[in-house]
Design a protein around this ligand. Structure first.
Ligand SMILES: C[S@@+](CC[C@H](N)C(=O)[O-])C[C@H]1O[C@@H](n2cnc3c(N)ncnc32)[C@H](O)[C@@H]1O
Length: 307
């Protein structure tokens, strides 16, 4: 295939300066000129996305031509990446619990540490092995689970697919986030009831066997909000009051009126919030409290079981 003569971007400091004289671009010429500040793995992912091919395909198709339209699309993605935009938003997906979830700037990018919440629910309903005392503690034949602040739907949909006998409901305040969750539910063929709600408000007096949440928990004004991917993620998904505990306080205090007897509440929280969350769970009347570390050894998820 012949590509048209390539006219490089006229914008200063834009990639690719190196292609000024290039008329024909191939996979290997592009990958041989990684822009400064970008790992080659990211360039491969972006090129693969533009070509509609998996990155392994690039390894064996170095001579494949890249059209002018594809070069221009790649240039745009590379320059946005060099400007700090998260890879997940550029690619339009992020893997979570072994599945590809569509993401957009309307939702938080799923994090690997959040998979722990799914592990805990699996253990609790007897579909997986985690800490002994949680295993198979739920006897209901179809335990009900509520995911508060579902975002992309990654937690709710993973639970629905990993534990088919669990009936899953998920809420979010953001209609744009619920659109993304709906897309993922359809694409992954999961059965989840999606509801727009300000935490428990639209649920009236419904009760569940299990409530899970990865709520916003960063303190407003925390400098991390101005760094890395967080700059591009929705504020509503990240920050929660002066100390980051506003959403956690509300969820913990109201959860007992939406849980069945022996109901389980499992909450992800910040690296420095384990003590505060434990206190909040005790104050709200939860009897058995367990706290779980992520792969970095940080307590990330705290659980309470009602008496
Ligand atoms: C940290 S994100 C978690 C998203 C997803 N569950 C995950 O783990 O990737 C928090 C989510 O809570 C939602 N949220 C914030 N305030 C809310 C509220 N008052 N009621 C319901 N959802 C809310 C946000 O829109 C966002 O999707």
């Amino acid at each position: 295939m012949l590509s048209m003569p390539y006219r490089p971007s006229t914008k200063r400091n834009c990639w690719p300066h190196w292609r000024n004289e290039v008329v024909l671009s191939t996979v290997s010429t592009i990958l041989a000129n990684v822009p400064r500040g970008m790992p080659v793995s990211e360039l491969r992912l972006l090129l693969g996305e533009v070509l509609g091919q998996p990155t392994v395909w690039l390894l064996t198709h170095g001579e494949a031509m890249v059209s002018i339209e594809q070069c221009l699309k790649l240039d745009e993605l590379v320059n946005r990446r060099l400007g700090g935009e998260p890879m997940a938003y550029l690619l339009g997906y992020r893997e979570f619990y072994g599945r590809k979830f569509t993401v957009s700037p309307a939702v938080l990018i799923p994090r690997p540490e959040t998979e722990l919440v799914v592990d805990i629910v699996k253990a609790s309903v007897g579909a997986g092995a985690l800490h002994g005392e949680m295993s198979a503690s739920r006897s209901a034949s179809t335990p009900s689970t509520l995911d508060l602040g579902t975002g992309s739907g990654c937690i709710a949909i993973s639970i629905a697919l990993e534990c088919p006998r669990v009936k899953v409901t998920a809420v979010d305040l953001s209609l744009d986030a619920l659109d993304v969750a709906t897309t993922n539910q359809r694409k992954l063929n999961a059965s989840v009831e999606l509801i727009q709600s300000d935490w428990f408000t639209a649920l009236d007096d419904r009760r569940f066997d299990i409530i899970v949440s990865n709520p916003p928990y960063v303190a407003e004004g925390d400098t991390h909000l101005e760094q890395g991917d967080l700059r591009f993620e929705p504020t509503q998904a990240l920050s929660s009051g002066n100390d980051g505990l506003t959403a956690l306080r509300k969820i913990i205090s109201e959860a007992p009126t939406h849980l069945l007897s022996k109901g389980l509440l499992a909450l992800e929280h910040g690296y420095d919030q384990a003590v505060a969350v434990r206190e909040l769970l005790i104050t709200a009347g939860f009897a058995t409290i367990t706290q779980h570390k992520d792969i970095a050894g940080i307590i990330r998820v705290s659980c309470g079981v009602l008496p």
